[in-house]
Design a protein around this ligand. Structure first.
Ligand SMILES: Nc1ncnc2c1ncn2[C@@H]1O[C@H](COP(=O)(O)OP(=O)(O)O)[C@@H](O)[C@H]1O
Ligand SMILES: [Mg+2]
Length: 297
């Protein structure tokens, strides 16, 4: 599975007074099994970009290919495309519409003609994958908490057993615990071999999970590269009003205060290790110092 975009432009409401060019000459590729984070200011084209990946939007110019399917051109293969690439919209709880959670999660698999035994199997599997308590399967999706609704909507997409999962702002509006759970599940899905593409405002979430980052700016790919490389480019990110991960910000302050810490750490764990190294070094030199002063007396 690979995804390739070549010189993609996308124009909303073309040839009307509301015409908006949302993507401009976007070229990128995503390989099988990657975890790619997409960041960028509001309105930079992130949602427009990801909606091309399962054919909801078709490029105005340029090409989008998912394996050997050309999005927009191979009209007969859209169903196949949707089975490969699952897209969870921003605020996916708006995608829920059936009477029960069960019916909602089962909708996609039924729609592609799977037998009831397989549908049942998939509903249970998808629930487990997103950590949804099966007791709620008979409830109306509209009785659930915000976090549960979001899980139910993601389960509905997962039940299609796609090999690529695209999530547009999956943690937006969740409390810290809901957010941590969601991220742990994303990580587990990725570790099970799925390709993950996550749009997020949460730079810290991206720093923890993504192998690679694509930065969108005014409809273009502003920067792309390995996660650590991208978050090292502090000034360029700041120019786009984007932050570096919080741990990197703290390390930068320590560095400014004269403490020789690395500034390209991505997680709290890495920051702790780096600080421990430095403290060990200081203890050593302090002992050495004491030792010397004893002997010089
Ligand atoms: N359905 C739409 N109709 C018209 N313009 C849109 C629509 N969706 C997005 N846009 C415009 O396209 C541009 C990119 O938007 P979007 O892809 O939603 O960015 P992001 O997800 O990065 O916030 C913005 O200027 C936005 O106003
Ligand atoms: Mg968006």
């Amino acid at each position: 599975m690979s995804i390739v975009l070549e010189h993609v432009d996308y124009v909303y409401d073309a040839e009307t007074p509301w015409q908006t060019t949302a993507l401009r000459d976007v070229s990128l590729s995503i390989a099988d099994g990657e975890f790619v984070g997409i960041v960028g200011p509001t309105g930079s084209g992130k949602s427009t970009l990801v909606q091309h990946l399962n054919g909801i939007l078709k490029p105005t110019r340029g090409r989008v290919r998912v394996d050997d399917i050309e999005v927009g051109a191979d009209r007969g293969r859209m169903k196949e495309l949707r089975q490969k690439v699952g897209l969870v919209f921003q605020y996916p709880e708006h995608q829920l519409f059936e009477e029960t959670v069960w019916e909602d999660i089962a909708f996609g698999p039924r729609n592609i003609g799977l037998d009831e035994e397989e549908v049942e199997h998939r509903v249970h599997w998808a629930c487990r994958a997103v950590g949804l308590d099966e007791d709620i399967l008979d409830r109306s999706p509209f009785e659930l908490s915000g976090g549960q609704m979001r899980r139910a909507a993601i389960a509905g997409v997962l039940a299609m057993k796609c090999s690529v999962l695209v999530l547009d702002e999956p943690t937006a509006g969740l409390d810290p615990r809901g957010r941590a759970n969601m991220l742990a599940q994303m990580r587990a899905l990725h570790e099970s071999g799925m390709t993950l593409i996550m749009v997020s405002h949460g730079i810290d979430d991206i720093a923890q999970l993504a192998d690679r980052v694509i930065v969108m700016n005014e409809g273009r790919v502003g920067m792309q590269g390995r996660t650590r490389e991208i978050f090292r480019r502090y000034e360029e990110l700041q120019a786009l009003s984007l932050q570096v991960p919080r741990t990197a910000q703290i390390m930068r302050r320590l560095r400014d205060a004269g403490i020789p810490v690395p500034v390209d750490v991505l997680t709290v764990g890495e920051a702790a290790d780096a600080l421990e190294e430095i403290l060990k070094g200081r203890n050593c030199s302090a002992e050495e110092h004491n030792h010397r002063s004893v002997h010089s007396r």
